[in-house]
Design a protein around this ligand. Structure first.
Ligand code: SAH
Ligand code: SF4
Ligand code: F3S
Length: 441
């Protein structure tokens, strides 16, 4: 009998990539993916724990699913991802109707877990030590049709004082080089045109291995040999792990896209120190300058947190000013959210009130919007290479959406048969978050 699974995925690309692998494993067990939870026999929520809001979202979704189960007792409900890894047994108390919980380090064990669940067992599978990804059976059901995500590092070793990731994803493990190349070649064979290499500190790839030639720059060079792949991206970069060789590789290897995502988190040295980030404002600015000097038309994007414990108004303003000084093209923003197990969560006497955090976030978001528009305006009149992705969902028929090499979203008149091809687009109009243009030859 055909069985159906619905997976709700919260969080970053790493989680989305995990979902693709989970769907692959489940398809080997006879489950087809459906996009409506009402049609499913199995519901799984892949959770994100980065802020309280994301963790709360997971539990409220589970609450809704619990109600569905009351009307359909055969329904099986599972929880995985970064909340599952930290909450373990707690899930059973908060959502007792959940049939199985598995951690980020347990994905390879999923087939065994599902068999037990199908036999009526309740399973809580949370490992401390990772079961290596490379032991997975390899089937991946990818969400996108042009871009394939390929994780190259799991976990993180940095332990920034606000961040839950090292506690829920474990220590840094670089994936096996050959396995990555094989996965990229498989994606190319299946028609993918772009690959995005993923890691929390993607630029430290290979540091946990003995061979110094195993590094991101060399991996990019090797992957660029795959004919069918037109573009290669990588994220997220840790500022001080960006080597000169990596910058030169981005500058010189045609297929490697000219964009760096380099979260800075704060423009204030004092806050950076308290966050245990390993660079100063001046060092971050130097890295940006070095990249801009060497890589033409490069995009540099960032992440910032406002309202970190003890952050003063002046320190917050240093974050605003660094956006201009570094000429950042775009930034993700968030208000600080205390996370269990992390040092900063215990600094309660220095917590910033919600009202102040909200106001700082609003001001920062306005700044980011302005910086994004300034960045887009730089390209008016220029012609850029665009990979055509899809019909523009919001606009009328005949308007296509694509991305430039440096990750700008572009809308232009075109047709569906262009999807997956490269076209040259002249930029005519800059909006806040994207550009409009026309195809030229
Ligand atoms: N590895 C990346 C970031 C991963 S988490 C890096 O080192 O920068 C993604 C983003 O979530 C972070 O860049 C940070 O801006 C935000 N974030 C992480 N923990 C947070 C917290 N406790 N509160 C608010 N935002 C947080
Ligand atoms: Fe979190 Fe810091 Fe690791 Fe990024 S580098 S995942 S912010 S601990
Ligand atoms: Fe969230 Fe886990 Fe990613 S906490 S941001 S899904 S690594």
């Amino acid at each position: 009998m055909q069985k159906y699974v619905y997976i709700e995925t919260l969080g970053c690309q790493m989680n989305k990539s995990d979902t693709e692998r989970i769907l692959g494993m489940l398809s080997n067990l006879g489950y087809d993916a459906v996009d409506n939870e009402k049609d499913a026999d199995l519901l799984i929520i892949n959770t994100c724990n980065i802020r309280q809001l994301s963790a709360d979202k997971a539990y409220s979704q589970l609450g809704y699913w619990g109600k569905l189960k009351k009307n359909k007792p055969s329904l099986k409900i599972g929880m995985c991802g970064c909340v599952a890894q930290q909450d373990k047994e707690l899930v059973r108390r908060r959502a007792p109707y959940v049939d199985f919980v598995f951690g980020t380090l347990n994905i390879p064990a999923l087939p065994d877990i599902i068999k037990k669940v199908e036999d009526g067992e309740q399973v809580i599978a949370i490992e401390k030590n990772p079961i290596l990804r490379d032991e997975e059976d390899g089937r991946i059901i990818r969400a996108k049709s042009l871009n394939a995500w390929i994780p190259i590092i799991d976990g993180c070793d940095y332990f920034c004082t606000y961040c839950v990731v090292p506690y829920v994803r474990g220590r840094q493990r670089s994936r096996n080089w050959e396995q990555i190349i094989k996965e990229a070649k498989d994606a190319a064979k299946q028609g993918f045109k772009e690959i995005t290499l993923l890691g929390q500190t993607v630029d430290s790839y290979g540091r946990d291995q003995s061979n110094p030639d195993i590094n991101l720059a060399n991996l990019l060079k090797e992957l660029s040999q795959i004919d069918e792949i037109l573009r290669i991206r990588f994220l997220t970069s840790y500022p001080t792990d960006i080597s000169d060789d990596l910058i030169d590789t981005v500058a010189s290897i045609e297929k490697v896209s000219e964009c760096f995502h380099i979260p800075m988190q704060s423009g204030s040295d004092e806050v950076l120190k308290n966050m245990k980030r390993r660079y100063t404002r001046a060092e971050y600015l130097d890295i940006c300058k070095k990249i801009r000097d060497r890589v033409e038309n490069v995009t540099i994007t960032s992440d910032f947190i406002v309202g970190f414990p003890g952050e003063t108004q002046e320190q917050f303003e240093e974050t605003l000013s660094v956006i201009d000084e570094a000429q950042l093209d775009y930034s993700n923003t968030a208000a600080y959210s205390p996370r269990r197990q992390t040092p900063a969560a215990t600094w309660k006497d220095r917590f910033i009130s919600n009202d102040v955090k909200k106001e700082r976030l609003r001001i920062l978001n306005d700044k980011v919007k302005a910086s994004s528009k300034i960045s887009n305006e730089k390209y008016i009149g220029k012609t850029l290479e665009v990979l055509v992705e899809e019909h523009d969902a919001k606009n009328k028929e005949g308007i296509m959406t694509g991305r430039t090499r440096n990750n700008k979203v572009i809308h232009f008149a075109g047709s569906l048969d262009m999807v997956g091809t490269l076209v040259n687009v002249k930029m005519n109009e800059a909006l806040d978050w994207c550009l409009k243009g026309e195809i030229v030859n």
